[in-house]
Ligand binder design. Sequence first.
Ligand code: HEC
Length: 194
Amino acid sequence: MNRLLQECSVAETHANISSTVLRRVTRRLARSLFIAAGLVAIGVSLAYGWPWSTDMEIQPSIQPQEDPRLPPPDTIPRHGKEPRMDLLEAAENLHNPVQPNATSIESGKRLFEIYCLVCHGPAARGDGPIARKLEEPPDDLTEESAVELTDGYIYTVIREGGTIMPPQAEGLSSRERWDVVNYLRSLQRKAEAR
Ligand code: HEC
């Protein structure tokens, strides 16, 4: 009887030991697999930028309603960006860099007819086809008071617009705005000669 008991407990101990070993091996295997999977995931993400973005909205471009990014530091804009100048400062300090030659006046005429004629009329007399529909009538730009405005002032009015007049900061480039100023001057000279 005693012997039988002894044999039983030895068998039990063997079973205990083998299940403990099995558990330990399984745990170690699981841990190694987990680490291996982690290393693979890190490797893939480094190599292919995973997780991949499926949303085109997330990108470093300028979104609608967002301010344009500032130019990189220590760079000088070659076209386009110009310093903001208020109307009175521009009237005094902003000088017309574009010669009023035939090319400039021709380009100004084409642009004036697209951007200004509807309100100011073909001869800039303030009698364009939609002039009467506006709350405030467009100025007659051949009047003495408009002739006396400086080129820098008119240029800035075109860029910034008025209460009713739409701004053309985006519609017309800097060069195009000066062309419109030159054409307007030619219209004023024509009106004066009459
Ligand atoms: C939608 C109509 C409209 C369009 C288009 C328009 N203007 Fe005007 N403009 C006006 C009105 C109205 C005024 C009177 C000021 C205001 O808008 O508050 C005016 C005023 C002006 C003045 C006088 C500003 C002052 O302070 O004395 C100038 C110069 C002028 N416009 C030039 C232009 C030129 C050049 C264009 C084309 C690039 C143009 N406008 C396009 C409606 C218009």
